[in-house]
Design a protein around this ligand. Sequence first.
Ligand SMILES: Nc1ncnc2c1ncn2[C@@H]1O[C@H](COP(=O)(O)OP(=O)(O)OP(=O)(O)O)[C@@H](O)[C@H]1O
Length: 264
Amino acid sequence: MSDSTSANALSVDHVAVHFGGLVAIADMTFSVDRGEVVSLIGPNGAGKTTAFNVVTGFLQPTKGTVTYQGRQVNGLKPHQIADLGLVRTFQKTSVFDTNTVFDNILIGLHRRGQRSAWEVLLSLPRVRREEEELRAKAWDILEFVGLDRQANSLGGALAYGEQRLLEVAVALAAEPSLLLLDEPVSGMNPSETSSFMDLLAKMRERHITMLLVEHDMRMVMGVSDRIVVLNDGHIIAEGSPESIQNNPEVIKAYLGEGAEHVGN
Ligand SMILES: Nc1ncnc2c1ncn2[C@@H]1O[C@H](COP(=O)(O)OP(=O)(O)OP(=O)(O)O)[C@@H](O)[C@H]1O
């Protein structure tokens, strides 16, 4: 973590979100530095999903600003924010069931393509060369997430945990400069969760900046550089996994759900 504000990839400053009279987020300020993995945790209803939706443009804050690499992003549409490199996954998987795993990645890669329909139709040599490069890139991504052996399976035929891996693979195809993961291991069995943690560790080694909303504490403690704890729309603690695990305020906030969730 760096003290320099110029290292901040993402800054959330004094953001509040009200739904009518309900204050989902009262006043939230936090940042994510380049190369950092930051997790947003908190009991049910704390405001995590709301915060995630504000950062990705799916909700507008009532107050405050969100800036990314020095540029204000609140007010932009979700696809404009994605174009800036903030790429998100969803709680529910969004893979194309009737396309192969390989084509799912290829579609993701094509979304970034600059070519006109005419160039593609005429199949110009440059287009063919680029197509080959994209296919090679798709293989690299599939190998990276460990789905290369399922390349020809249909998206819908994959096991649940594999579908979630594919979703991350599609997000990686967009070459995110900040990857936002919304409860990526929810619904996974322990072995799928463990494979997913291995993938996160690999992404971390590649210095992919990540913001994670997650309930699974074993995973949060294992992969995060820094943890931001929300409770009732307020940030009640922020720090390393060790400091969060031993923070009395955090333990108290979780007691209603069972304090053991924080420790392990
Ligand atoms: N669209 C909405 N309209 C009204 N209230 C909402 C809306 N979305 C969220 N809320 C409320 O805002 C508060 C924060 O909800 P949010 O979903 O952000 O919490 P969370 O920490 O993600 O919870 P969980 O862990 O259960 O997903 C809750 O009281 C919730 O009921």
